[in-house]
Design a protein around this ligand. Structure first.
Ligand SMILES: *Cc1c(COP(=O)(O)O)cnc(C)c1O
Length: 235
């Protein structure tokens, strides 16, 4: 068994156990493989093992891999910050944008998608707090403005609101933060029944996220291994 195959097996098992412990159907939790910094060959290997959804945090890397692996018919998600001038590239490869955190970006994505005759799937990224200055680095709309931003997304026919996304604050227990996110997600879902997804949980905290109700977990390190420090690839 290759290490990717073994890692995939272990991560799927962690998801299954966490879901069962929470009384949830493991089939309701989608695994996103975060392939940032790893070569397209690794993505192709995971794809051959049945992994369909992948995520990147940089537009250029996402577009390059999506184009190189177009024949594999994978689903790509952008989980890093998006500048307005790169919206066209992301929409062009049909990626899901999980990092929508401001009205100007919503307007831009909606316009680009409409002109392309596409419907772009979107998550509103929520800032769960944490050390000073970290929010700016990770992105995300403040908790108190998340519902309003979700309403704005839902108003555009060229966008499809999937739900909310967040990264746990560094330091401290992730579970209370995920619970705050989940109650916000429940409000969004009651206003927009199609927006039932919750993207939360990474290699270190996916069990907490699944317990809180995550429907997508974004796993990099536990699948591919540790990223080189110099690449600036941190979340
Ligand atoms: C890198 C990244 C992940 C995956 O993190 P790991 O700890 O490697 O599993 C998940 N979400 C976002 C937004 C990221 O940038």
């Amino acid at each position: 068994m290759s290490s990717l195959e073994e890692n995939l097996r272990v991560v799927r098992e962690r998801i299954r156990r966490a879901a069962e412990a929470a009384g949830r159907d493991p089939g309701d939790v989608t695994l996103l493989a975060v392939s940032k910094t790893w070569p397209a060959a690794d993505v192709a290997e995971l794809a051959a093992l049945g992994q369909r959804e992948f995520a990147e945090n940089k537009v250029q890397e996402l577009v390059a891999k999506a184009e190189e692996l177009e024949h594999l018919d994978l689903r790509w998600h952008l989980v890093g910050q998006l500048q307005r001038n790169k919206a066209t590239a992301v929409v062009g490869v049909g990626a899901v944008v999980q990092s929508v955190d401001r009205v100007s970006l919503v307007e831009r994505l909606a316009g680009v998608a409409e002109r392309a005759g596409a419907v772009t799937e979107v998550f509103v990224q929520v800032d769960l707090g944490g050390p000073e200055g970290e929010a700016a680095a990770r992105g995300g709309v403040a908790l108190e403005h998340a519902v309003e931003l979700a309403d704005t997304v839902a108003g555009y026919p060229s966008l499809r609101l999937r739900g909310l996304m967040a990264v746990a604050p560094r330091g401290g227990a992730p579970r209370p933060a995920f619970d705050r996110l989940a109650s916000l997600a429940a409000r969004v879902r009651s206003d927009h029944p199609g927006a039932g997804d919750l993207s939360a949980g990474m290699s270190a905290d996916l069990e907490d996220a699944v317990a809180a109700g995550a429907t997508l977990v974004r796993v990099g390190t536990a699948l591919f291994g540790s990223r080189p420090l110099a690449s600036g690839s941190g979340p």
